[in-house]
Design a protein around this ligand. Sequence first.
Ligand SMILES: Nc1nc2c(ncn2[C@@H]2O[C@H](COP(=O)(O)OP(=O)(O)OP(=O)(O)O)[C@@H](O)[C@H]2O)c(=O)[nH]1
Ligand SMILES: [K+]
Ligand SMILES: [Mg+2]
Length: 418
Amino acid sequence: MDTIFAEATPPGRGGVSVVRLSGPKARATLESLAGPVATPRLAALRALRDGEDLIDRALVLWFEEGHSFTGEEVAELHLHGAPVIANRLAQALLSRGLRRAEAGEFSKRAFLNGRMDLAEAEGLADLLSAETEAQRKLAMRATEGELGRKADELRVKLVRAGALIEASIDFADEEVPEEVPPEALDLIAAVRADIRLMLAGYPATERLRQGYVVAIVGPPNAGKSTLLNRIGQRDIALVSEVAGTTRDILELHTDLRGLPVTFLDTAGLRESSDPIEAMGVARGLQRAAEADLRIHLTVDGIADAATAGDIVVRAKADLGRAEGISISGLTGEGVAELLDLVYDRLRVRAADTGLVGHKRQAEALQRALSALEVDHDMAPEFLAEALRQAAQALAMMVGRVGAEDYLDEIFSSFCIGK
Ligand SMILES: Nc1nc2c(ncn2[C@@H]2O[C@H](COP(=O)(O)OP(=O)(O)OP(=O)(O)O)[C@@H](O)[C@H]2O)c(=O)[nH]1
Ligand SMILES: [K+]
Ligand SMILES: [Mg+2]
């Protein structure tokens, strides 16, 4: 096993720059630079020397195998935060036979050494890319290993059901048809109910993880782009009195009180003989249909295309009072209330989130559920096999088996040094 190293802090100047080493030579390498470091997990201020050359005075510490992030021997060097120092150290480490870590390699080793399961690793990746408070909370929960514990709990039930069924096979009279023990069927039913519940929370969890999309739609010149600029408080979209100004879809990423929301400004909806404008309208319609929510900006408060849950508002409130919700992108009137409404609609969805937020996890759960589509008049041998398959699918969900196919995909999304 190679000993790897990487800067754990972002490259560049800063207060400190932390370089992390992991692998069998971590401690020996640290000692070759800093002298003996007897006590693990105790920071010491040391001169780091490569031969005669004083590289830096740094805070150093090391972790024993089995007691570190990766599960391997790990050393950390807290250098003064200057790239020249980290580069000089890297040279010393390379000359001692260490190699630079690949993206996510520390976390991958942590997974391979059983320090975290695959769902926790996915949670860690989500945590690193979280942009809002709600995403942080969701990801943090995933890194705590709750899904793994739930999977284990369900597997224990399946194993117990399997044991009851196997016992009934062993003791059954050859002549008498075998009875499936009712307790086993109850256990299976309980596991199925739990899996259904977990799957029910998946769409909402996945949406919060990825962030919500809210499309602003309406006729040309309704003031869609003006509204987008008002929400973003800057000039994102071109605004003009010419109908058909917006063609490409413009995106505004926001943090709406902790919820990740991307607002889309789209081309005004109308039949157009201009092929470019028509392309813009088609694209806008498509993205709006896929969005979590649509704001229909209207002249008269009527939006034929609105579907249940959409928000319909009158535009240009500054030009005169009208029934219903009206806003003015120009003056900002009603925009805070509109955002309240958007937040309320999305918050309801964010409240339904659960432990399963990745397609890979949901698919494994679905396989477990399908395997458990059993009933009492099935042969016990058949039932026992179904239970084994379901338990296998649950193990795969958290990467206890069959994780190989996903490792690169998951860990390459991490940065170098994580
Ligand atoms: N009085 C008033 N004028 C507005 C308001 N919002 C937009 N306008 C004006 O209406 C015209 C069209 O505004 P845009 O924001 O370009 O409208 P749009 O819906 O994006 O138009 P398209 O991209 O062409 O579909 C511009 O002249 C704006 O200044 C508003 O709230 N009040
Ligand atoms: K316009
Ligand atoms: Mg526009």
